[in-house]
Design a protein. Sequence first.
Length: 343
Amino acid sequence: MSPAFRAFLAACSLLLLHLHGIVDMDPGTESAGVFEQGRHGVSLTAVREARRGCPSSPAAAAGNKDKLPPKPLLVAAPRDAGEYPVLVFLHGYMALNSFYSQLLQHVASHGFVVVGPQLYTVSGPDTTDEINAAAAVIDWLAGGLSSVLPPDVHPNLTKVSVAGHSRGGKVAFALALGHAKFSPPLAALVAVDPVDGMAAGKQTPPPILTGRARSLHVGAPVMVIGTGLGELPNGPLLPPCAPLGVSHAAFFDECAGAACHLVARDYGHLDMMDDDTPGVRGMLTRAVCRSGGARAPMRRFVGGATVSFLRKWVGGDGAALEGIRARPETAPVVLSVDEFVDE
């Protein structure tokens, strides 16, 4: 039997299964599933940071590798026993990691350990310290992450990815570009409405964007998620939260390798945060940036798009991402941009 004839028979069998309802051949079906909660129950754990000059615990003092991290963490992990790839998620400027708890839990429910460090409480324009802090957290994973996970849940530290929102997206790019040393190398990068300053020429140090197409060789596949309202001000006295020229479109245009760019047309810069963001900072998330209203659709979109991207580049299963590519209307938001560069 020739290879061509065997392929023909396989295609006929798949078609018959589809006609009988056993196999769904619609590419949108797989992508739609990532926008809902996954099959795993999730634990959400706040982890305090180690105090300088003091052993983090009696066990650490005795030489045990279990130790507290260099920064406070919010860790979302599946409760089911198993080994899971790791995603480090970096918060936006002056935000709290707790503002992303629902997003982190969405991603974790699909089989990922998500680590959200609180990089700082107060920060100036220079991002160097938070780049170094994020690198220190990644270095800590090998010795400390297992100690804060549920029983029989293990991190796969050969598959560590990084994601970041707003200024955290810039920091994620800085890590991938080698602005700080850490190990292991990154498997994938997701930037959620990344921002590099107020305008071209007014970037925060160290600048990431160069103004030249395909100039950023990050060494990992990149997903850039943007917002249609981020580049619009929320009033006559407020600047846009994701200014044109230093936000998502510029980051995507400068990516030199495999990359995709998805833009939620009717949502704003902070709309992937939790429904409830308490305190003064939480109130500012409702007042400073233009919003599309309810946050749940945007949060589901960002969570699902992140899961689909990590499944392809970390797990080797591109079905969900290809589903979004083939059927962007399956997303819970309207996409004004869906661009893919396969390299």
